[in-house]
Design a protein around this ligand. Structure first.
Ligand code: SAH
Ligand code: SF4
Ligand code: F3S
Length: 440
């Protein structure tokens, strides 16, 4: 009699790259006979794929792990694995904190996972603990087991060499390495054949992608030729490496969407230097101007970080000025969180929590107002929306995104993956409502 396949429940936190890694892990496990279940209660193995970018993210995972540890004390055969960036940051010390954790695997160690799980299941206790992987890992031959949706993530590179002074990513994901273009084209072809009209290329700094003669703009040229691909996005662009050649590709349009995520972090040159970002606020705004004149309908989004060590009210005011000048379409706002081992961790974390909170609220208010204004300018205009799902708030509407990446709601009956042209009627906060109009 063949044994029942083992059921694995996997939950991923963090950025798109980490979600993509979750799809790699699912694929590796399925190839080895494991079954991925969406119901934790029926799983023999629970894997938590973690983010370590801020303390808050780690505390949430620790809370979750403590709950799982209590469950394991009642059902001793449950296997608990911690994957991802926080696993790589804490390594063995994670098991010191929560001894019920069986496996701790960093982002480059996932090929070992099926073997380690089988060993544990057969009672080999020696396997428990931290595992690391090959530092050049790109999982090049693994076709990710994608979640349902219209947008397929494709990593074009892994790791980061920038060492921004606040950031843990280069320590937990290793040095930057780019995948060969042929491998990327093959993966995108497979995603398009599987029904994904939109692809999001992923890297911590896609603008420094390079494989032999192929840089990021050339890679985009290659991807844009893939038959059946309707929309192409990419994440994240570092302002210091945003080239004229890339701006030119964006201006050409075609499948390349008029949306760009360009993290500014701060508007104060003193703070940007301390962060080791490699640009000034003036340089950032010059790039924005260049982008806007090349791509007039561009939706620009950003990351903003307040409360970095020694940030004064004057520094912060300069961040608000940058927000005002750049006119963001959306922004992810964060309070500085000390990451032990980074360069900034040597500096005193001297901005009081209450001040960080208050500054973050001011950034949010300013960005929200801009985001709302950019959508209000769309009222009366037409836009093409790629529909994703029935709106969770109103089952008579479908929700999707415009090429700019703005959320749009459309009343009617549709299918996932439909492209509809709408005329925008109404705007509330970050959402737009529109009625379907016929294509001319
Ligand atoms: N490579 C990307 C993503 C990095 S992490 C980039 O360069 O933009 C995503 C965001 O988290 C960063 O842009 C930054 O705003 C924020 N972040 C990183 N480290 C942080 C820290 N120590 N405290 C608070 N926010 C942080
Ligand atoms: Fe972190 Fe900077 Fe690398 Fe982004 S570019 S992952 S912020 S070190
Ligand atoms: Fe992403 Fe968090 Fe790791 S932002 S790269 S999952 S530390």
């Amino acid at each position: 009699m063949t044994p029942e396949p083992l059921k694995v429940y996997l939950d991923s936190y963090g950025c798109q790259m980490n979600l993509y890694d979750g799809e790699i892990v699912s694929s590796l496990l399925q190839a080895d006979g494991f079954v991925i279940t969406s119901r934790a209660a029926e799983a023999q193995v629970i894997l938590i794929n973690t983010c370590g970018v801020r303390d808050h993210a780690e505390q949430r995972v620790l809370g979750r792990l403590r709950t799982l540890a209590a469950l394991k004390r009642r059902h001793s055969r449950l296997i608990i694995g911690v994957l991802g960036c926080m696993a790589e940051r804490l390594r063995e010390s994670l098991q010191d904190q929560i001894p019920e954790v069986d496996l701790v695997l960093g982002p480059d160690a996932y090929r070992q996972l099926p073997h380690l799980l089988k060993g544990l299941i057969s009672g080999d206790e020696g396997i428990r603990g931290y595992s690391t992987g090959a530092l050049r890992e790109t999982y090049g031959d693994v076709q990710p087991s994608r979640r349902e949706g219209i947008n397929a993530f494709v990593a074009i590179m892994r790791g980061c060499d920038n060492f921004c002074s606040y950031c843990i990513v280069p320590y937990v994901r290793g040095r930057e390495r780019s995948r060969p273009p042929e491998e990327i084209y093959r993966e995108i072809n497979e995603a398009v054949a599987a029904g994904f009209p939109e692809v999001m290329l992923l890297g911590q700094n896609v603008n420094s992608y390079r494989h032999e003669e192929v840089g990021f703009p050339e890679l985009l040229d290659g991807v844009a030729q893939i038959t059946g691909l309707k929309r192409l996005r990419f994440l994240t662009s570092h302002p210091k490496d945003l080239s004229d050649a890339l701006i030119e590709r964006m201006a050409q349009g075609g499948v390349i969407c008029p949306s760009l995520h360009l993290p500014a972090q701060s508007g104060s040159d003193r703070i940007l230097t301390a962060m080791k970002r490699g640009y000034t606020s003036e340089k950032y705004l010059t790039k924005v101007e260049q982008l806007r004149s090349a791509v007039p309908d561009l939706a620009l989004t950003t990351d903003l970080l307040c409360g970095f060590p020694a940030e004064t009210e004057e520094d912060f005011r300069q961040t608000l000025e940058l927000i005002e000048a750049a006119q963001f379409d959306d922004a992810f706002t964060f309070k500085y969180s000390v990451r032990p081992g980074t360069e900034a961790a040597k500096l005193p974390d001297d901005v009081p929590e209450a001040v960080k909170v208050e500054r973050m609220e001011r950034m949010i208010a300013s960005c929200r107002q801009q985001a709302n204004a950019s959508r209000k300018r769309m009222i009366g205009q037409q836009a093409e929306v790629l529909l994703e799902k029935v709106s969770p708030k109103n089952s008579s509407e479908w929700s999707g995104r415009t090429a700019c990446g703005r959320m749009a709601l459309v009343p009617g009956e549709f299918n996932r993956g439909d492209f509809v042209r709408i005329r925008v009627k109404q705007v509330k906060g970050f959402s737009m409502w529109g009625r379907k109009v016929n294509y001319e």
